[in-house]
Design a protein around this ligand. Structure first.
Ligand SMILES: O=C(O)CCC(=O)C(=O)O
Length: 269
């Protein structure tokens, strides 16, 4: 992570790392999702994420697809490789420290045309969230739960999808509810455009959410949530079946939370 990249992550609370996946991996990941399309769960009714906001409403819910890290080869392979992507790992080393670990199981987000958005949320102010935070101390940033969102389809201006309030990871006051609902102060909400193959990294302290999806093609994002090596947000419970599919390098990211000095295996990248 170079000095400019650090500057912009510190300024905005997110960064887009371009072109981290090969065309073959994007195609294979999409094929894998097609093969498991019957397992996509659309969040309707009580699972709706738009919280009744007129600005975020849609004709259906976001699609959630789990379990991809346990899919056998070839379909699980591109997702397991994302754990240790050599273009992304240096960013996670800087943002989370060496020894960073996968916290939540991988969630694939799909949105078809008309899918609703997601109420904006984030963990900066008021009060300190010891799991999701952004601190700058001793010349270095320190982050809690952090998302690496690999993009499997293009997102163009006006399509919708992930949006953020740049700089909000340093906020101290509560985000006004009309802004969280996308119903006022829209000029502060930045929709993120990107190409398939890019990775958007953001701290969960940054207020973020989802705009309704308007494009003809589906949105597809593989969302990995990582924590520093000493920290867990959710309990650590990887299945033996999933671990059996991992390489030695990938297992280094699947360690439980503990101190790096206790011979913690860390990625060399
Ligand atoms: O649509 C997105 O990428 C944001 C998803 C999100 O914030 C969440 O699932 O908590």
């Amino acid at each position: 992570m170079n000095e400019d990249e650090k500057y912009f992550f510190d300024l905005n609370g997110y960064i887009v790392v371009p072109n981290v996946l090969s065309a073959e991996d994007i195609a294979l990941a999409n094929e894998a999702i097609d093969r498991h399309a019957d397992q996509i769960h659309e969040r309707i009714g009580e699972l709706s994420l738009s919280a009744g906001s007129k600005a975020l409403e849609g004709v259906t819910g976001r699609g959630d697809l789990g379990g991809a890290l346990s899919w056998p080869d070839p379909h699980g392979r591109p997702f397991r490789d994302m754990l240790v992507n050599p273009k992304v790992v240096p960013f996670l080393h800087e943002i989370l420290g060496t020894g960073f670990r996968l916290d939540h199981n991988l969630g694939i987000i799909t949105m078809r045309k008309g899918a609703e958005g997601h109420l904006l949320h984030g963990s900066s102010g008021p009060g300190f969230d010891r799991h999701q935070y952004y601190i700058f101390k001793d010349g270095k940033m320190h982050n809690g739960l952090t998302v690496a969102a690999y993009q499997l389809t293009d997102v163009r201006e006006g399509d919708g999808g992930l949006c953020l309030i740049p700089g909000s990871h340093k906020g101290n006051y509560p985000c006004p509810m009309p802004l969280r609902r996308g119903e006022a102060y829209r000029e502060f909400i930045k929709p993120i455009t990107c190409n398939a193959g890019d990775c958007i990294i953001f701290t969960e302290a940054t207020t973020h959410g989802t705009l309704p999806w308007t494009a003809d093609h589906d949105r597809r994002t593989a969302l990995f949530r990582f924590s520093p090596g000493n920290l867990a947000y959710v309990p650590h419970n990887w299945s033996e079946d999933m671990l059996a599919l991992m390489t030695d390098e990938q297992r280094k990211v699947l360690e439980p939370p503990y101190h790096a000095r206790l011979e913690r295996p860390v990625l060399e990248v």
